[in-house]
Structure formats: C-alpha cells, structure tokens
Design a binder for this molecule. Structure first.
Ligand SMILES: [Ca+2]
Ligand SMILES: [Ca+2]
Length: 334
C-alpha cells in the first residue's frame, strides 16, 4: 500500500512537470446583475417607446436596487410609470437631460443618483466595481450598433453594468435593441459617445453621466407630493411617492397613516362579501352590509369554500369602526 501511494504522488508530480500551470493574466470580468428590458418591451417601436431609452434605463437600475425582476408586462408598466412622473412634475418632453433624470430619481425613487460631469474611464470602472451601475447618455449614432432601428439616433441612453478588462469592453444593458442584454461596447466607443444632452437642446459641449447608489441617505426626507409622508415613509408604507392619495379614496396618504387607516386600500369601498382581517389579529371576518361577521374557526372557513388568498388585510381603525354582526359558525345556505 505504502509503495502504491508513493507511486501515485510521483505520477501527480510528473503531471505538473509536463503540464505547467497556466499563468496568463486573465483579469476578472465584473458584472452587476441589472435586469434587462428593451425600451420597447413588446417590440413596438412607435411612440412613446421610440423615445423610452432613459425611462427604460432608470427602470432597469430601479429593478436591481429593489431586488425585483422584469417581465414584458412589468417593464412596460414601469416605463409608463416613469413617463407619468415625468409629465406630472417636469412637463411633457420625450428627451430628458441628466439633470432632470437625476431629480426624478432623487425625488421619487428609493435610491439616489448624482450627475458627474466629464467622468473618466477609471471613475466609471470604479463605480461599476462597487456594484453601482452607471446611466450614460450617449450620442446614439456613435455607438454604431447594427441592431438599432436607425443609424442616425442622436439622443440615447443606456446602463453600464460591468466591464471586461481583457477585451477592454463595457458590459451594458442596452435598451435600444431587443438584443441589448449584456451588450458589449469597447471602452473607447462608450467614452467617445457619452454626451451631456444637457438642459440646452443639442448642446454637446461636455460629457455627463449618472452615478447611482442604493441608499436614500440624502433624499429620504423629501415629500415632493406633499402628502405628509417623506420618501422614506412612503417606502415603508408602500405608498406612491408621486401621488398624494395612493388609494384614491379622497384622503391623503399622510392623513390616513396618522389617523390609523391603510393608505394603500380604499377600505370603505370594500365589496359586500369581502374577507378581511388586520395584520396583527388572526381573526377573519366576512363583510356584509357594513357589518363584520367573525368566522369562528378554520373548519367553518373551509366548509364555506372561502380561499385564504382572498383575505384582505385592513387597518385596526377600519375594522373596529365596523359593527359586529352574528358570528359564522357553520356552512351557510345560499
Ligand atoms: Ca410624500
Ligand atoms: Ca388615501
């Protein structure tokens, strides 16, 4: 046995003598898992999708920072949501400056952005290496992307989501084509194409990008929709930062929270026959003609063919405002 083992070690050593370990300096590729969507999720390149590159770029970074995923429908919904915010607070326009986009992000989204003028390659790489995607406005035609619907695209925007030091390429999420997932562009191509679309239309005098950060440290206090809830509180209560009355019941988000109602559900509009409970109390009730009827146990719940997923969570304030009706103790006749 002993000899066999020595012989084995001999062969292993011989192997390494014959096949020296490769020491070529392959540098690590760095990628950030930014979810991708084309700016036209359903491949319809009519307006507004033709001009949705900046909305798509913002949505992709937002989805990363919110730890969510994007499918066609969700991407479409989110892109339109950014359009809505833009139109409501910044006026209708199809192409936005980086300054406007930065404001939009800082006022309304659960992360932060900063405009960086004349960024260097190293500064951008450093951001990416710390898992912070960079949103880059570019002169579209300078990218020479064969998949673009037009080779004379001026205003364009994309997300830089990684880099490959071996090939000197950026890895990007390129919303301008359905083939934009992990799309590679040489460093030089991107650095040359970056522009500052700027407040002044057509002025390409300087370059500017948006650095991003998954924090609300500097913007969490903002209450742009003036509903009494800060961005930080709106994230907590899952209300919309750009709509003062998220559930549309006539009461502002802030008023509902301070008075103990749910700002995300119009509770007094719940339908006859709704199943309701509060977050902290396991008791489930059936709502009928403005009265709440306690369903006494699981057996009764199941025998009536009710479904757990249909139970709506309501506020303590609302449920205690309801008169008690007779408890439900058995299968009900129809
Ligand atoms: Ca607010
Ligand atoms: Ca409300």
């Amino acid at each position: 046995m002993h000899h066999k083992k020595q012989l084995h070690i001999f062969w292993v050593l011989l192997f390494f003598l014959i096949h020296p370990i490769h020491t070529t300096a392959h540098e690590a590729i760095h990628t950030i898992p930014v979810p991708f969507t084309p700016q036209a999720p359903e491949k319809n390149w009519e307006q507004p999708w033709q001009d949705a590159c900046e909305e798509a770029s913002v949505v992709m970074v937002d989805t990363l920072y919110q730890n969510k995923t994007l499918d066609t429908q969700e991407a479409q919904r989110r892109i339109l949501e950014i359009f809505t915010i833009k139109e409501q607070y910044f006026g209708a326009s199809l192409d936005e400056s980086v300054e406007t986009l930065s404001s939009l992000i800082n006022l309304f989204l659960p992360w932060e952005a900063q405009v960086v003028y004349s960024p260097t390659l190293n500064e951008i790489i450093s951001e990416l290496s710390q898992n912070r995607p960079v949103i880059a406005p570019v002169h579209g035609a300078d990218l020479h992307n064969p998949h673009f619907y037009s080779d004379s695209v001026q205003y364009h925007m994309l997300v830089l989501s990684g880099y490959d030091p071996n090939t000197k390429e950026f890895i990007t999420q390129e919303p301008g084509t359905q083939y934009g997932l992990d799309y590679r562009y040489p460093y030089d191509t991107i650095m040359n194409a970056i522009v500052n679309h700027g407040q002044v239309r057509g002025s390409h005098l300087s370059k500017a990008v948006l650095f991003t950060k998954n924090t609300i440290k500097n913007t969490g206090f903002i209450d742009r929709d003036a509903d009494g809830l800060s961005k930080k509180q709106e994230i907590f209560y899952r209300t919309k930062t750009y709509i003062s009355d998220t559930d549309g019941d006539g009461y502002s988000d802030g008023l509902e929270v301070t008075s103990g109602f749910l700002p995300t559900l119009n509770e007094y509009a719940l339908e006859h026959g709704s199943l309701i409970k509060t977050e902290k109390n396991p008791k489930v009730y059936l709502l009928e003609k403005g009265k709440k009827h306690h369903i006494v146990n699981e057996q009764v719940f199941l025998v009536n063919n009710w479904k757990w997923y249909n139970i709506k969570t309501v506020s303590e304030r609302y449920i205690s405002s309801l008169t008690d009706g007779a408890s439900i103790k058995e299968q009900r006749s129809h």
